[in-house]
Design a protein around this ligand. Structure first.
Ligand code: AGP
Length: 608
């Protein structure tokens, strides 16, 4: 989704803006632009395509104040005229991330007032609206506040004006934005990574905040326009953690970071002798004691993590669990069960649908809420009573990898804590699970060692147009995740089914051109799965089976086996995810797609 960077400094801000935009590229975008103020003028440069194209057009551009943007098209096609910043009458420039829902009404009104529209975007109304208030003699701050009061929708914005070279205004509601604190310079950005080369001191803005930012200071106003202080936080992220290093792509790097990400996420339990609810927050013990069922809300890969957790929670903790796609739940009239704990799962913590689903749940009367999230300062974490932070570190590749496996680890810890609290976990079982969790990073490393074989296997997929993924039980969501990974980065049409469903329809698709990828753990459903695989083979389907040791599925004509290590019990879904991530990665390499920034997709989906 769109990325924002802004700076007001005593030095030329163009290199800061361009570097910041480059660091936000992972969010997904189709065009980029910046505007700087100098000598009472605004100078704008925009470009369709990559930030590098924009940079090449900026050789002679400089200024001590500026705002910049990467755009992910919502209103209006990707084009230079629709790229941000948008400027009203050469006077007020705006960058925006979010969606303005009432832009058509505002546009007609501003049209009638003589404002000329040069783009198809909703953002341009913000520029004209601020300008219309500014032209009436308001300060840039008051003009922005007055304009924001008229907007319906979500926004993070940066604003500068040609006749105000010393101040930038920013505001957020529903979309992410933070303030970076420097020495005699200040910055804004959609996330921390954009500003790491210039500062590690940040203020995370609250919903409705509006900020007037100068070189030597800033003032924050809350949604009621009262002056407020917000805490300055020092980011623990190192600049290196968002660098590619020796890897070819961020996705490859992030797949390989999983042992460490899991070890970090599990640190609190692995270093202790027993499981305590406190790892989810101070009020967790009380909340869990009152919990009668669980509702998990999430999107995409995070939704798949929720689906795995449902098997764990019902089987191990004996607690009823439903999992819903957030974008559906938010508009569904549902019956709220009292004593339900609502769990939102998200890498970014900024996904608009998940936020809206959480708010919908709260409106429905759910007040027990838990966020499982990878970004400590994100909206979802702040909106929930309880939290468990996954410690995957920054995930830059659009395809989620280490965020997923760490979400699974966090959800497994939730299962164990719930199970213990409900008297379903003996001391012996608790120690056994803790032992397995401690061993998990090493087990994942062992699976990563299969990389060369999977790279070889991927060669057979490059010419394929479709693929079918099969799994059963706990591993059905892993099949879903494998299919999602393959489709999003290799653009091969992939679908996943619980293997038992094959004969109810999808078997009709199976022929020699349809590769069928199966997750085959050595669990209670193995024999059932084997029968399903026979059904495929009997129709001439080519099978690719990721099989645990001792499954006795042998390599044969049309059956390719990728040998996995020992079966890992309840943690097996985490191990079986790894080869599917690697397979998608190497197939995408074969096909030459843009692995980290697949077409049409964005990393943080901050609009509906
Ligand atoms: C998966 O690879 C995707 N990038 C996507 O499905 C993602 O998981 C989804 O958009 C949810 O994002 P979140 O975890 O940040 O909420």
């Amino acid at each position: 989704m769109c990325g924002i960077v802004g700076a007001v400094s005593e030095r030329n801000v163009v290199p800061i803006l361009l570097e910041g935009l480059q660091r936000l590229e992972y969010r997904g975008y189709d065009s980029a632009g910046l505007v700087v103020g100098h000598g009472g003028q605004l100078e704008r440069v925009r470009s369709i395509g990559r930030v590098a194209d924009l940079a090449s057009k900026c050789a002679n551009t400089s200024g001590l104040i500026g705002i910049a943007h990467t755009r992910w098209a919502t209103h209006g096609v990707p084009s230079e005229r629709n790229a941000h910043p948008h400027i009203s009458k050469n006077h007020v420039a705006v960058v925006h991330n979010g969606i303005i829902e009432n832009y058509e009404i505002l546009r007609s009104r501003l049209d009638a007032e003589g404002y000329e529209f040069t783009s198809d975007t909703d953002t341009e109304v913000i520029a004209h609206l601020i300008n219309s208030h500014y032209a009436r003699g308001n300060s840039l701050l008051s003009a922005t506040q007055a304009a924001l009061a008229e907007l319906v929708g979500a926004y993070a914005i940066g604003v500068i004006a040609s006749d105000n070279p010393d101040h930038m205004i920013c505001a957020r509601r529903g979309s992410p934005l933070l303030l970076g604190i420097g020495i005699e310079e200040h910055f804004i950005a959609s996330d921390v990574s954009a500003l790491l080369p210039v500062t590690r001191r940040f203020v995370h803005l609250e919903e409705g905040d509006v900020v007037e930012i100068g070189r030597s200071g800033y003032q924050i106003y809350d949604a009621e326009s009262s002056r407020v202080e917000r805490e300055i936080q020092i980011s623990e992220l190192s600049n290196e953690s968002v660098q590619l290093g020796a890897y070819r792509h961020y996705m490859q790097k992030e797949i390989h970071e999983q042992p460490q990400a899991l070890a970090d996420t599990l640190e609190s339990v692995c270093n202790s002798q027993s499981l305590v609810p406190g790892i989810f927050g101070a009020e967790a013990a009380q909340t869990f004691a009152e919990t009668g069922s669980i509702l998990i809300l999430a999107c995409g890969t995070s939704y798949h993590a929720g689906l795995v957790a449902r098997y764990w929670l019902e089987e191990i903790a004996g607690i009823r669990c439903t999992v819903e796609v957030a974008s559906e739940y938010r508009y569904r009239v549902s019956v709220a069960e009292p004593k339900t704990l609502v769990v939102v799962v998200s890498q970014s913590g900024e996904t608009a649908d998940t936020q809206a689903a959480l708010n919908h749940a709260k409106k429905n009367g759910h007040d027990h809420t838990l966020a499982i999230c990878n970004v400590a300062e994100s909206a979802l974490v702040r909106l929930c009573k309880l939290r468990m932070l996954t410690r995957a570190g920054p995930e830059i590749g659009v395809a989620s990898t280490k965020a997923f496996t760490t979400q699974l680890a966090a959800l497994f810890m939730l299962t164990l804590v719930m199970s213990k609290q409900r008297g379903r976990l003996s001391a012996e079982q608790e120690q056994k699970h803790l032992h397995e969790l401690r061993h998990l990073p090493a087990a994942v490393q062992k699976v990563l060692d299969l990389e060369p074989q999977i790279a070889k296997l991927a060669e057979q997929f490059a010419g394929k147009h479709h693929a079918l993924f099969l799994g059963r039980g706990l591993h059905y969501p892993i099949a879903l995740e494998g299919a999602l990974k393959l489709k999003e980065i290799s653009y091969i049409h992939a679908e996943a089914y619980p293997a038992g469903e094959l004969k109810h329809g999808p078997l009709a698709l199976v022929d020699k051109d349809m590769p069928v990828i199966s997750v085959a753990p050595n669990d209670a459903l193995l024999e059932k799965l084997k029968s399903n695989l026979q059904e495929v083979r009997a129709r001439g389907g080519e099978l690719y089976v990721f099989a645990d040791a001792h499954t006795h599925i042998s390599e044969a004509d049309g059956i390719h086996i990728m040998q996995m290590p020992e079966h890992a019990g309840y943690l097996s879904p985490i191990l079986h995810t790894i080869p599917l991530q690697l397979l998608a990665y190497y197939v995408a390499l074969q096909k030459g797609t843009d692995v980290d920034k697949p077409r049409n997709l964005a990393k943080s989906v901050t609009v509906e």
